[in-house]
Design a protein around this ligand. Sequence first.
Ligand code: ANZ
Length: 831
Amino acid sequence: MKNYDYKKIEQKWQKRWEDSGIYKISENSFVGLGYVRPKYYLLDMFPYPSGDGLHMGHTESYTSTDVLYRYKKMKGFNVLHLQGFDSFGLPAENYAIKTGVHPKETTRKNMETYIRQMKSLGFGYDFENKVVTSSPEYYHWTQWIFTKFFEAGLVYKKTDRINWCDSCKTGLANEQVEDGRCERCKSEVIQKNIPGWFFKITDFSEELINDLKDLDWPEHTKKNQINWIGKSDGAEIKFKILSLRLKSEISKIEVFTTRPDTLFGVTYCVLAPEHKIIEELKDSIENWKEVNEYLEKTKRKSEMERIEGKEKTGIELKGIKAINPANKEEVPLFIADYVLAHYGTGAIMAVPAHDERDFEFAEKFTLSKICVINPHSYMGTLPGDSLLDATEKTKKNLEKIQKGEVVYVYDGVLINSGKFDGMSSDEAKKAITEFVGGKITKKYRLRDWSISRQRYWGAPIPIVYSPSGEAYTVPKEHLPWLLPEDVDFIPTGTSPLIKSKELKERTEKIFGKGWTSEVDTMDTFVCSSWYYLRYPDPKNEKEFCSKEKLKQWLPVDLYIGGAEHTYMHLLYARFITKAMKKIGLLDFSEPFLKLRHQGMVLDKDGVKMSKSKGNVVNPDDVVGRFGADAVRLYIMFAGPLEDDVIWNENGVVGLSRFLEKVWKLQFLLSIDIKEPNDLKIEKITHKTIKKVGEDLENLKFNTAISQMMILVNVMEKESGLNIKNYKLLILMLAPLAPHITEELWDILGNNQSIHLSEWPKYDESLAKDDKINFVIQINGKVRDVIEVDVDINENKARGLAEKSENIKKLIEGKEIKKAIFVRGRLLNIII
Ligand code: ANZ
């Protein structure tokens, strides 16, 4: 074949790989190939099989892991790299509602498309061992894990206000609400009181924060998780409640504050509208009618509206007061919806001089403000001031703060605080808490994970209820607790499973008359939070994964996927791992040791690809027009993995040309194999092996490719290209462009697949840089650094030093007493 016919080559090898099963994982590959090879567990975020097929984001991240998979294998690692499908979920169900096609059918068809596309890109997955979350063989174990959590008290049922999407007709976890909207359909989320099951993720808040420090994850991802968990150090302080009519204490409230040092600045207290004590205080509240109206009004608001509401709202509880435990002063008590029931204690002490929300509220309700914190190392600026204004403003600002005209939210030195005056905020936090008998404590924003979904296409929650309503887990022998098929898909707000005759009969047949099955399904994030534990043992019918295989493969060495999963999937997976460890199912507590995110693929104008903009590039189309190898190379060459990639067809053409050059080099080979190689080719080949290896280790695919381009240019120009060096080039290119390299390898007379070859080794002396950075000192001080030949001698070094502008001006007219030359490093001129 004279010309590079990518179509023919790619089809030929994809078929041969399939027929010979070179990517099949065998028992052998799970336990080591007869001799001990280090393991490497490489994981992709598995796709949701949507009707749109594979998108370019998948193409990018799966190409990167396919390159690493091939590279690590060549390096002698025993690599586990499988693929699966996160195949439960709403879109398939919504499609079923529209068309009547069963989600099972849609999902099967979509998966077929994905697999065909992944094969067409040359990805070396063993699809016979794929993991499909909607298959009974898989959700058997999702349910089994649920039952284990139930036994250990890690899952519980409660009726609570939860996020509700009225368009999807289902409850949502906090993590699935974005800016007050459903992350799937973008409709506004409301609050609804319904019973549901919760995972006790909050038991692990502290660990989930602390263990991040040992992980090789992007810093911003760690930070996002920490912020999401939202730890606050503070104190709980009790305030007595006084009835003005009875002139006696009638109750107590407990507030949570991060600033007990501001206790002397409290001018009112606030209860969340849902606070239980309100019912108890009802008889002493003189304006109950208005209060009740306010309570009704807030019920209709979403949490987001409450936090971000433009104007603070609230109502004073007339006839009662709260007593500040520090100075025994009576302060008004309000109900206001900027205080949330689920955080802290659902009650706050308000310090308008030092808290912005309280300041705003106090302005609106004309409440007093008492400044109790004096800025200690006061810079003179307040947020919004420029530093230049500092001096003039210092005095004015200080006055404003002290008068309570502006809010000062930082630490400082206490004033107006009795015997605590002069203390720093830090000292006072502890001292004041102790003084009033409060308790130092921590709070987290993280809520327990609501996992009940009132939808069809999910793993049934494996719970049955006795005739008296008590919940029991479905026993092991009845798992998987199958998703019934005789259901109507029209969402009504109650779970579709409720109408299944088959489920009803099955439950009564097994458990007895009057027994009922839970009808909610699990959040699909439960299914995707443990799939990486199944990959090492995807067909095991007795366990979710054998102990032996867990021990051999886990944790995951490298996980690559989108940054949008920061707090749902990645947090849930960490929680599941920790919870499973706690109950003895695992012996490690972090699932993913190293994590990297791929950037987004943008269109040629730098705009995010989306269906609505009509700028989506379809992998089938570009693979058809340019070939899989060119597409793979382009997407890896377009920039560092973590940066966004601009999809530009001209760029793909460039990479096709590069592959053509590689192809044509075979015709330039010296006939005589023994002919000595050109030294220039020899050196750059070894340098390239070194660089490409290092770059692939560091996921710098783009610079690995550019180094190979340099090598190919030299090979093209210099005469005397030896077959040995050409083979080295082909080997290095194999992980990135698996088809063309396989063909060339075959042409060069090799019988075994290039993808079963070893990664080439380089000769350190040849790979060494020809140029080095050479230091020039004057009297021991570094004055210049110049690039010189590695083997530069003293005379040459002195000559170059004297020509350097930096040095020339320093030694001009001076006598050089001597020069000390250190080979390969420096020249020190003594004057
Ligand atoms: C008095 C105070 C004075 C406060 C001050 C802050 C500054 P983070 O940091 O987010 O944990 N708070 C407590 N519970 C609340 C609830 N359920 N809803 C709304 N706000 C609540 O915030 C803790 C602070 O938020 C607490 O400390 C409390 O106000 C308020 F100069 O108490 B602070």
